[in-house]
Design a binder for this molecule. Structure first.
Ligand SMILES: Nc1ncnc2c1ncn2[C@@H]1O[C@H](COP(=O)(O)OP(=O)(O)O)[C@@H](O)[C@H]1O
Ligand SMILES: [Mg+2]
Length: 230
């Protein structure tokens, strides 16, 4: 358990303030590895849920990946990581089958689905939805998954929020004709969408440098322990 108070401004690179504060419902985050887009979405969704929880509301967030196998290792871990950083993880229980992370007192949940099971998505009965996250969306087959799933979750929106925030994060494939590149290009001028592009150069807070320093220190420590000095 991390007992240091969580300070948002120390954990979000300024590049992402626009994403954090936008009133738009559809937020696309295009970013290469180490641009922190996944962590920002995870923090934002946890914060959105917590804001509802403290008002005594139940609020659910649905996270979608291309398949079930990649859910556990990535997006589930990412939400748990964000809750830990925010000192909230003890207020939640985690379950693997079906996969969810649930707030003990209000039942508010993060639910995790694979986009390879469209029937499951289509038959979803989750109510009180406040957010939806398509993580690593470039790995999905086509934009059909959004067209099929978004209306279901929007229909089950929580009455306590104005809209269901729909986040879509991805690492852009090199091929400009890849479906996701074309789809995102088509949304750039759509006033309902915010399209953000980040790279590792947007790491103004130096998280990557700090991480590398920690790794180097750890390596040095291990080597010293086994009698190797560099
Ligand atoms: N606020 C932060 N403080 C410390 N480490 C962070 C922070 N945000 C992200 N990280 C770390 O940086 C790594 C990369 O972040 P991530 O958001 O997954 O990048 P991307 O999705 O762009 O590849 C993660 O392993 C995470 O542990
Ligand atoms: Mg990522």
């Amino acid at each position: 358990m991390n007992d240091k108070p969580f300070v948002l401004s120390k954990n979000i690179n300024p590049h992402f303030y626009k994403v954090w504060n936008t009133k738009k419902s559809n937020i696309i985050l295009k970013g290469g590895r180490g641009s922190f887009n996944s962590s920002v979405v995870a923090f934002k969704l946890c914060m959105m849920m917590y804001q509802e929880i403290i008002q005594g509301h139940t609020a659910n967030v649905v996270c979608v990946r291309e398949n079930k196998t990649n859910l556990r290792t990535l997006v589930y871990k990412q939400i748990n990581w964000a809750l830990t950083q925010m000192n909230l993880v003890d207020e939640f229980d985690s379950y693997v089958s079906p996969m969810r992370i649930t707030h003990k007192q209000t039942g508010s949940s993060f639910l995790f689905y694979g986009a390879d099971d469209p029937d499951k998505l289509k038959s979803d009965k989750t109510t009180d939805v406040i957010g939806l996250w398509y993580e690593e969306a470039a790995n999905m087959k086509s934009s059909e998954v959004f067209d099929q799933s978004n209306p279901i979750f929007i229909r089950n929106k929580s009455e306590c929020v104005d809209d269901v925030k729909i986040f879509c994060s991805y690492n852009p494939p090199k091929n400009p004709y890849d479906w996701i590149n074309e789809w995102v290009d088509s949304k750039k001028k759509d006033s309902e969408y915010l399209v953000d592009h980040s790279t590792y150069l947007d790491d103004e807070m130096g998280f990557t440098v700090a991480q590398q320093q920690r790794l180097r220190a750890l390596k040095l420590m291990t080597m010293t322990t086994i009698g190797i000095y560099i």
